[in-house]
Design a protein. Sequence first.
Length: 283
Amino acid sequence: RIAYLNGEFAALDQLKISVLDRGFLFGDGIYEMIPVYSHAIFRLDEHLARLEKNLAAISIQNPYSRSEWRRLVVSLVEQQNFADQSIYLQVSRGPAFPRNHAFPAEVSPTVFMFSDVLEAPANLLVEQGVHAITATDVRWLRCNIKAISLLANVLAKQQAADAGVAETILLRDGLMIEGAASNIFIVKAGIIYAPAPSDLMLTGITYDLLIELAEQNDLPLQLGDVTEAMLRQADEVWLTSSSKEILAIIVLDGQPVGNGQVGPIYKRMVSFYQDFKTTVMRR
Ligand code: PMP
């Protein structure tokens, strides 16, 4: 695996960073995960736009222009000998001493990227759906920032793992927010609902794409508060992310969602999504 660290491409297991890096000491940084299908980078500009916004949100000076970022990611992809990849890209504030919460005066960000084999979700999961649980969202109030400090998400995802299910859906003040590592859509009486973008959830690249695909294909979709009651009475519940794409949740907290089978609107959305992927790969 060829990876990238601060201006250098090298084997992943050769790369080292300082123990004083603020990413390590404070979780002070942001990240992206970008899928690559047959060497075609999926929605690269959308990911880079989010990266730029996140860097600005935590006042890390962006070390590269958009075209430099593009070239680096393309170069990383080209150096791998596998076609479907997941690119992990992280920028932390960089190493500083003494350890001090406030930003250091002189610091240069640590830029790290590596590529791994992207495993598409198994057909069985796409066709038959997954199970999920709910939990209280105990995260901070700036979940729109794709921060590397993911402790609350890690603990929520572990709750899912311990329960033997795929995801934990986070609830805050009676509202459905998102998954531990995904966005959530519901369907009721033929209408798709999802929370509107806010500081309380990450606006997924896949979330944005689903909204576009719904519009293009005349599927009614409403953005706004999704209550816990709406979630529990939904006909369909889906999770979305760059790595999981779209998966139907057919059992929530041990109760069947709708009739307990993947729904018709889910099936249509999956086919729109796969068609979209195919056209991107052909370009
Ligand atoms: N919310 C959270 C908390 C996530 O971690 C992710 C995936 N990284 C998402 C939503 C989905 O984002 P995307 O579609 O950009 O992968």
